[in-house]
Design a protein around this ligand. Structure first.
Ligand code: 7RM
Length: 670
């Protein structure tokens, strides 16, 4: 199905409040890499960065080929770096075989790293588990053998629906070890959302837990798996493996459900890693796009491995004694690349935290940093804004002097939050890396290198070496300095997604044909608006399609609209984002009801609950406006630009001459 072209009236002039154009355009602060940091960094000067950029530009294949040979273990060496003869289908490192779990574990077992901590897990009720590389290797092998004992092997898709427990990482690595692609479904998604993803992926098994701990209480997960599978909707699915986490009573279906400890604990701690072809499917991860159904983004073995590895090494300037903590959930790409695969592939120590800051424990993050002496901290702007609001007294109570580097990801960061982060959390000593990337890109694309790049608050600065990022118009022409345009990438890169699961046409249309290929040159369209300043620095303004970013979570407006109209009371729904000081964007829904019914607070609550059930609590609208009719053009298209203005409480500007019935404006003002 063809997706709508980016709305020309959504040309990137409407960023979220968090990156208000005003503050960003007048941002002149600039921070050079601290000398002490630069002198020890892997890439320690802007000249060193520029040399890498030049090398990559002169001969991309030689550049990527050399890094791939140097940084990954190969069972069989590859013969060709890139096959781009049939764009946008890319084949990287063909002829080679490797294994992601091998690169993350086995290769660290020779020498002193074997007994280095690989994973430190901090549980929500205060429990803790630690795994050295040797121990993690054994756990992963046992889990891999357990999956094999169920008849799961190369090519069989395994879904994970997990809380943030070590078994989530262990299960991901176990899948990679035997060549079974995983599909991690965020534990906050509903049974309905899980069901869609299980069916779409033809999953053979689900790995889940009885529940997890969220904000001081145990929350069940397994019942959602039962609900998702009710009615035999997923005939390929034969096994449900359940980790005991909360110990609450849990119904188990005989013949289908098995306890993880019953099956895994008795397995052998040796399991040879399956040599995987470079382009063998590694995982599928669903993400929201412009149309109703989330897309299964497909990543493959070698290219993804190299990209998670290299970006982690470059951007976090990783050192052997680092304790790296990324606060994402493993259900998102950030968790895949920067809790699990990037750190472990580099032999680093990674921290995984089950909990979250909450009123009863506002300093939870800072206590984790102090307790584990974290050196790198990577989180979302939305969290920083919430901490800012809570005041510096809270972080000031903890010893944060172990930190040497700070990162942000997921949404634009406003300069004020950036400055606060640098000062209050980083003690004005730690470089801040604002990293721009997407589920589709596999790893970071645009980011400062902390020992090389001068930073400006609110800018993700410069593309990584080998990344041909640009800001373009819809014809693919670069726009001028400080002009708004579309964020695009002009050349393939190893970590790029390879396809949309089950829909290669959608992959082609959504990402590579929005900007029509010129002379066979394909340009990747990211869906973000951006501008570049006179120094070539990128300032990302937010999405230009029908995707909204709520607290760093990506949601499709049409996904939420579909959820709303699946409620019997709803005739039509239009969902837009509204700038929100804390969340970046808040969800506003305009709803017309069946049979002229009028809405009230009870129905609003009911609809919010309904959306929570259809997608998950993160998708619940913050505000629902009821109206007899929605504003449409004479050709019947809902006028989203107008709704966005209304939701933001702005005067409706621009051309409304096509609006069919002007009187609707008055009923809709927020
Ligand atoms: C990693 C991740 C991707 C979307 C992307 C942007 C937004 C991410 C930044 C950012 C401004 C950033 N994957 N985004 N990072 N915007 N500055 N540093 O978030 O697939 O879930 O979302 O997130 O709009 O297109 S994602």
């Amino acid at each position: 199905m063809a997706e709508a072209l980016p709305n020309p009236d959504a040309t990137p002039t409407a960023p979220s409040a968090s990156a208000s154009i005003e503050s960003v355009l007048h941002e002149e602060r600039r921070f050079e890499p601290p000398a002490a940091f630069a002198s020890q960094a892997r890439i320690g000067s802007i000249q060193a960065y520029r040399a890498l950029v030049a090398e990559a530009e002169a001969d991309p294949d030689a550049f990527w080929g050399a890094w791939a040979r140097q940084e990954l273990h190969w069972f069989t060496p590859f013969e060709k770096v890139l096959d781009w003869s049939d764009p946008p289908s890319a084949r990287w490192f063909e002829g080679g075989t490797t294994n992601l779990a091998y690169n993350c574990l086995d290769r660290h077992l020779e020498g002193p790293r074997a007994d280095k901590l690989a994973l430190i897990w901090e549980g929500e009720p205060g429990d803790e588990r630690r795994f050295t590389y040797r121990q993690l290797h054994a756990e992963v092998c046992k889990a891999a053998n357990a999956l094999r004992s169920l008849g799961i092997g190369k090519g069989d898709l395994v879904a994970l629906y997990m809380p943030m427990v070590p078994e989530a990482a262990i299960a991901m690595l176990a899948c990679a070890r035997i060549g079974a692609p995983h599909s991690v479904v965020f534990g906050g998604f509903s049974a309905e959302a899980l069901r869609d993803r299980l069916i779409d992926g033809d999953a053979k098994a689900v790995i889940t837990a009885d529940g997890g701990f969220r904000k001081d209480k145990a929350v069940a997960l397994k019942p959602a798996v039962d609900a998702a599978l009710a009615g035999g909707v997923c005939p390929t699915l034969k096994h449900v493996l359940v980790v005991r986490r909360t110990g609450e009573p849990t119904a188990m279906e005989a013949g289908r459900d098995l306890w993880w400890h019953d099956l895994v604990d008795s397995q052998s701690p040796e399991c040879p890693a399956e040599p995987m072809a470079s382009e063998d499917r590694l995982f599928v991860l669903y993400t929201s796009g412009s149309t109703g159904k989330p897309k299964g983004v497909v990543h493959t073995t070698a290219g993804y491995n190299l990209w998670a590895h290299l970006t982690f090494q470059w951007i976090f300037d990783i050192r052997d004694d680092d304790i790296h903590w990324c606060t994402a959930d493993v259900g998102w790409i950030t968790g895949h690349s920067y809790i699990v695969y990037g750190p472990l592939s580099n032999g680093a120590t990674t921290v995984m935290y089950e909990g979250a800051p909450r009123p009863s424990k506002p300093g939870a993050f800072w206590e984790v940093i102090e307790k584990h002496r974290c050196t790198i901290f990577y989180t979302a702007p939305t969290a920083i804004r919430a901490f800012m609001k809570g005041g510096r007294e809270v972080p000031d109570r903890s010893d944060l002097t172990s930190l040497r580097l700070l990162g942000t990801v997921g949404e634009p960061i406003n300069p004020e939050a950036w400055m606060w982060y640098r000062d209050v959390i980083g003690g004005n000593r730690c470089p801040v890396v604002d990293t721009w990337w997407q589920t589709e890109t596999g790893g970071v694309m645009i980011s400062p290198l902390p020992g090389a790049t001068a930073t400006k608050p609110g800018s993700c600065t410069l593309p990584l070496p080998g990344i041909a990022a640009d800001v373009v118009d819809l014809e693919g022409r670069s726009v001028g300095v400080d002009q708004g345009g579309y964020l695009a990438v002009r050349r393939p890169w190893p970590g790029m997604m390879r396809t949309v699961h089950g829909d290669h046409e959608r992959f082609r249309k959504s990402y590579w044909e929005h900007i029509p290929p010129i002379n066979g040159e394909y340009i990747y369209f990211a869906g973000d608006g951006a501008r570049r300043d006179a120094d070539g620095y990128f300032w990302v303004m937010g999405r230009v399609d029908d995707v909204i970013n709520v607290s760093g979570h990506r949601l499709g407006t049409m996904e939420i609209e579909s959820a709303l109209v699946s409620h019997p009371a709803v005739a039509e729904a239009a969902v837009v984002g509204r700038p929100d000081e804390l969340k970046g964007e808040a969800i506003v829904a305009f709803v017309s009801l069946e049979g002229g019914r009028s809405g009230d607070a009870a129905l609003e609550a009911e609809l919010r609950r309904h959306v929570g059930q259809e997608i998950g609590p993160i998708a619940r609208p913050d505000l629902i406006r009821f109206s007899d009719v929605l504003p449409k053009t004479r050709s019947g298209k809902i006028m989203r630009r107008l709704l966005r203005s209304l939701a933001a409480g702005q005067e409706v500007s621009g051309d409304i001459s096509t609006l069919e019935d002007r009187s609707v404006l008055d009923t809709l003002r927020v």
